[in-house]
Ligand binder design. Structure first.
Ligand code: NAD
Ligand code: WQD
Length: 345
């Protein structure tokens, strides 16, 4: 297996994954419409990897664009990162989220079927587990019960992929990411959210670099060791390597169903939980300065504790996350401090 179509490859996780794919010897075609990224991340991939790749600017919902890519390139597998991902925005704009996230996947699967491409790695999320008070989150848990349209699109896409792979030769590995953070250790690429960051770590680094005044810590009265929420933060480079492991899994003799199809869902996390205050401490250490923060009311929809059971990733993919919370904070800070305005610095 050699040539991989990466949708959303200009984005945060996609760009880091392309670097790892190129390092592992794969050829890459990226399809992205820059709705949440820019061509500067493509330059960064070239610089960091010292390698080139093909790029198509276009929308994954556009079947003509997809057919042309599959005609022009002999694609062996698809990694599908493209999608809208902001939880709060999805509550305000559910139509955009259902349209972008579901239609893109349906059109991509149709184009793959036409071209005879069978292998598909999907970006899912721990959010599909919905609200549960049992942890660590195990792949055998029922999914659903999502609390926002973004999460529901991930849940619906998993259902679609499971149904389609049950009755066709589509082979799917859906990776459920926990909380991706960090940046490439070169400091040349990292997370570059547009507008006010929704997620904790980019908010912390933007306060530390002086772009924002203060972090609001959402809730100090949870039933956890220090009252703040616990999450499973995973370094984006570890996460990227998990995709290379998933591609290798396709070549390792899958237990296919009678139609030649396959479906499996696997968590990508560290299996370790860190509180918001743990993360603040790690970033303060990395930056060598104190963070301005204030504990405020809980954020609606947050659960107290979320971390992954990681046995399946180890057993099925040979994947174990290696980087620590300290690495995550140091690498994020290197990126943010040298690029205060992200790729537009
Ligand atoms: P991102 O926004 O940085 O990257 C997504 C990329 O997809 C962007 O470059 C965007 O321009 C592109 N894109 C979106 N819709 C498109 C379309 N219709 N056609 C072409 N390109 C399109 O997000 P990310 O953090 O890299 O996330 C990648 C994937 O992982 C997403 O599917 C996301 O839902 C999922 N995920 C992310 C997280 C997280 O916290 N970052 C956690 C779990 C799952
Ligand atoms: C982490 C912790 C907040 C911001 C989200 C999505 C999930 C997945 C990953 C895509 C929580 C606290 C945050 C802030 C804070 N994405 N926090 N102040 O909510 O675990 O997961 O991203 O699939 O679907 O829901 O991540 O980074 O928003 O929050 O105190 O300004 O930081 O309350 O405890 P979350 P997050």
């Amino acid at each position: 297996m050699n040539k991989i179509l990466v949708t959303g490859g200009a984005g945060y996780i996609g760009s880091h994954t392309v670097v790892e794919l190129l390092a592992a010897g794969y050829e890459v075609v990226i399809l992205d419409n820059f709705v949440n990224s820019s061509d500067k991340s493509l330059e960064a991939i070239r610089k960091v990897s010292g390698k080139n790749f093909d790029f198509v600017k276009g929308d994954v919902r556009d079947s003509v664009v997809l057919d042309n890519i599959f005609k022009a390139h002999e694609i062996d597998a698809v990694i599908h990162f493209a999608g809208l991902k902001a939880v709060g925005e999805s509550v305000q704009k559910p139509l955009e989220y259902y349209d972008n996230n579901l239609i893109s996947t349906l059109h991509l699967l149709e184009a793959m079927k036409k071209a005879g491409v069978k292998k598909f790695v999907f970006s899912s999320s721990a959010t599909v587990y919905g609200e549960t008070e049992v942890y660590p989150f195990d792949e055998s848990f029922p999914i659903g019960g999502t609390t926002n349209p973004y999460g529901t699109t991930k849940y619906m896409q998993e259902l679609m992929l499971k149904d389609i792979s049950a009755t066709s030769d589509l082979q799917v590995i859906t990776l459920r990411y926990f909380n991706p953070v960090g940046a490439h250790e070169s400091g040349e690429m990292g997370e570059d959210p547009q507008g006010i960051p929704n997620n904790l770590c980019p908010f912390i680094t933007q306060v530390l670099v002086g772009r924002r005044d203060k972090l609001s810590v959402f809730g100090g009265d949870y039933d956890t060791k220090d009252g703040t929420c616990i999450r499973d933060y995973i370094h984006v480079v570890d996460l990227a390597k998990g995709h290379v492991c998933a591609l290798k899994k396709f070549d390792s003799g899958l237990r296919l169903n009678e139609n030649g199809g396959y479906f499996d869902a696997i968590n990508l996390g560290t299996g370790k939980g860190s509180s918001v205050l743990d993360m603040i401490a790690a970033f303060e250490k990395a930056a060598g300065k104190k963070l301005n923060y204030e504990v405020v009311d809980r954020r609606a929809g947050d659960i107290a504790v979320c971390y992954a059971k990681t046995d399946k990733a180890r057993e099925e993919l040979g994947f174990v996350a290696e980087k620590t919370v300290e690495d995550m904070a140091q690498d994020s800070w290197r990126w943010q401090s040298t690029h205060p305005k992200g790729f537009n610095s």
